[in-house]
Design a protein around this ligand. Structure first.
Ligand code: ADP
Ligand code: ZN
Length: 642
């Protein structure tokens, strides 16, 4: 490396970051010195910078191998925004575009060239690639090369030919997920030569792990509570099967929580739309199978919730690790049930490769042990990845700190507590940390997000390529008035400031002059809209259940919520007069908070369905009374003053 290069300066000017993260600088030095490297760094640790920065400084072309097409596209888009020439070669491009890229690559015009492993394996690729001035190869998701990893990809095996095909080019392997065994495999398969090895800590201190074994019927209540606690930020829910994805989205929509689905069997266009709605914060909750998340670079995920046991601890760590990539507190909930083990065992038993089957059983026992044991979760994870923490207790898991109060609360109530109750309740667990960012005007945040959404749409790229949430929040806090001030904001290098600087400063000025985003009326879920329509057409609840293909109980749960919110009126035909007055009398005695005591106070033929509907109407009335009572007392106080 030319000694005069000031790496920090390169970092500031191009990435807009003020300092390196742990290990980044040393890894960059290894690559600049032309050494092989093997880097294990958790998701969000900042791996891409480790090869992008040397690629820029070395001036030739770094070839990046990644299995994730979407990620490659996003990275090249981000690099382009920084003014770093980069391209991705894949089969979605026309033949003419592909040959143009090959031509430019051979002329050394790109600092980074992204290829999929399949593309690299093609006979013709090695031929033209020999004509490219390669600085080094970077292998992303390198654990895919190992059968011991949880994401083995046969295509990756081809990469073991790289060393002989390009004997002079250094190779750097990157992964977020590698046990000792997988690391060993990576070194061997890629034939790395005295590689510099870097292993970052797997201890994600901003994450809180909560593992809870749920009994039948309990899981969805806990899920609801968990969702209602997070007023801000995005949430990922992992479901074990495509059916569960669909059911969970329905379940949430029925309760007025907008959510989108994501799974492998979905039409590609729908999947893309859903992902984008989630990425752009239009919908906060995404329910997906494990097909979701690879290469997703969303920093402000506040919670990752699993509805079943993952196949391995590595997989769990990686999926849960998509929470809190912005470094702020986030929560990982594993809500598993005993019966999950049967599903896992079923798939393992179906395997035909004996060795693979044996590995799967080992993973099965590891994840089950993790879930069942009463040992610190953070510590178990560190140990699994070959780290021995010095501390004994983390203070951020259910074992060290006990199950959070809101979970035990969720389990006891027959019906999830109402929003008003939940807000005060959230103080019991890290609420201070989880509250929205300091000193940020939510209106300004919305305003800038809207600006970013439009900008991203115009250019056909994801919003975070325009700028990350961390940058957006910082802008809200410091409100830069000049380009120089904007350059101090994380994520704004020279080029990005040039691209967007004036527009952002202008947007801030307009906000000061009073411009606001048009308030979007609270989006009604599809289920709610349809139900209200059917009620107004005079359909009975049973008919609505049949038309919508739902259980009567879930239709009633939704109707009850709508009554409480004042969006539907209670209809006398739903519950007979006699029953209704019986239920009202019981409520007068035991209160409206929980359904179970009301049910217990009534003859058995009165169902939960009846009770729900009547209670909803009473709660609505009580809510209105409380409100008017509040106004009255304010009036009196004012009167007393004057
Ligand atoms: P990984 O590939 O390891 O999951 P990324 O390379 O996507 O992680 O980086 C995670 C996030 O951290 C990105 O938003 C990136 O812009 C940010 N980041 C990386 N390095 C730095 C740094 N030195 N300073 C500030 N932010 C950084
Ligand atoms: Zn702990």
């Amino acid at each position: 490396m030319p000694p005069e290069v000031d790496l920090l300066r390169v970092l500031r000017q191009n990435w807009g970051y003020s300092s390196f993260r742990p290990l980044q600088e040393r890894i960059v030095h290894s690559l600049l010195d032309g050494r092989d490297a093997c880097v294990v760094m958790p998701t969000g640790g900042g791996k891409s910078l480790c090869y992008q920065l040397p690629a820029l400084v070395l001036g030739k072309t770094a070839v990046v191998i990644s299995p994730l097409i979407a990620l490659m596209h996003d990275q090249t888009a981000q690099l382009e925004q920084m003014g770093v020439p980069a391209a991705v070669l894949n089969s979605s491009l026309t033949a003419a575009e592909q040959s143009r890229i090959v031509q430019k690559a051979r002329a050394g015009e790109y600092r980074l060239l992204y290829l999929s492993p399949e593309r690299l394996a093609r006979e013709d690729t090695v031929g033209w690639l020999r004509g490219v001035p390669v600085s080094f190869f970077a292998i992303d998701e390198a654990h895919c090369i190992s059968e011991w990893g949880h994401e083995f990809r046969p295509d990756y095996r081809q990469l073991s030919r790289l060393r002989t095909q390009f004997p002079d080019a250094p190779i750097a392997a990157f992964t977020a997920s590698a046990t000792r065994r997988v690391r060993h495999d990576i070194l061997q398969q890629l034939q790395l030569r005295q590689a510099d090895k870097y292993i970052a800590s797997f201890h994600r201190t901003n994450l809180t792990y909560v593992v809870k074994e749920c009994v039948a019927g309990e899981q969805m209540d806990v899920l609801l509570q968990a969702l209602r606690r997070h007023a801000d930020g995005s949430i990922i829910i992992y479901a074990p099967t495509i059916d569960r994805v669909g059911n969970t989205v329905d379940f949430l929509e029925e309760r007025g929580i907008a959510a989108v689905a994501y799974h492998g069997k979905m039409e590609a266009a729908t999947r893309k739309i859903n992902q984008e709605r989630w990425m752009s914060d239009e919908v906060r909750v995404l329910v997906g199978t494990i097909a979701f998340g690879l290469g997703i670079n969303k920093a402000t995920v506040r919670s990752v919730i699993h509805l079943s046991l993952p196949k391995s601890l590595e997989q769990y760590y990686q999926e849960a690790g998509r929470a809190g990539r912005d470094g702020k507190p986030a929560e990982c909930l594993l809500l598993w049930q005993r019966r999950d083990t049967a599903l896992l065992a079923y798939f393992i038993n179906k395997m035909t490769d004996a060795a693979e089957q044996q590995r799967s059983w080992q993973r099965y026992h590891e994840i089950l042990d993790f879930a069942e044991s009463r040992r610190c979760r953070h510590r178990q994870i560190c140990l699994h990845f070959g780290e021995t923490p010095k501390w004994k207790s983390c203070g951020a898991c259910d074992v060290c700190s006990g199950l959070p109060g809101w979970i035990s609360g969720a389990v006891e109530t027959a019906r999830p507590a109402r929003k008003t109750t939940v807000r005060t309740d959230s103080s019991s667990f890290q609420a201070g940390d989880l509250s929205p960012r300091d000193h940020i005007d939510p209106e300004l945040r919305e305003y800038l997000k809207e600006w970013r959404r439009n900008k991203a749409k115009q250019q056909g790229m994801p919003a975070y390529v325009v700028m990350h949430d961390t940058s957006l929040d910082e802008i809200c806090r410091v409100r830069p008035r000049s380009l120089a001030e904007l350059l101090n904001v994380t994520g704004f290098g020279d080029r990005k400031a040039e691209l967007y600087g004036r527009q952002i400063i202008e947007a801030l000025a307009q906000f000061r002059r009073g411009a606001r985003v048009r308030p979007v009326p609270e989006k009604m879920s599809r289920a709610a809209e349809e139900t209200i329509r059917l009620v107004s057409e005079g359909r009975s609840l049973e008919e609505i259940a049949t038309i919508r293909g739902r259980h009567l109980a879930s239709v009633i749960a939704l109707v009850a919520d709508l009554i409480e919110q004042g969006r539907l009126d209670f209809q006398a035909s739903w519950v007979g007069d006699e029953r209704r007055s019986g239920i009202e009398a019981a409520c007068a005695r035991v209160g409206l908070e929980q359904l179970r005591p009301i049910k217990d106070a009534l003859p058995p033929e009165i169902t939960f369905n009846d009770i729900r509907l009547v209670v909803a109407q009473l709660r609505r009335k009580q809510g209105i009374l409380l409100q008017s009572g509040f106004h009255e007392s304010v009036g009196t106080a004012d009167g007393a003053k004057s």
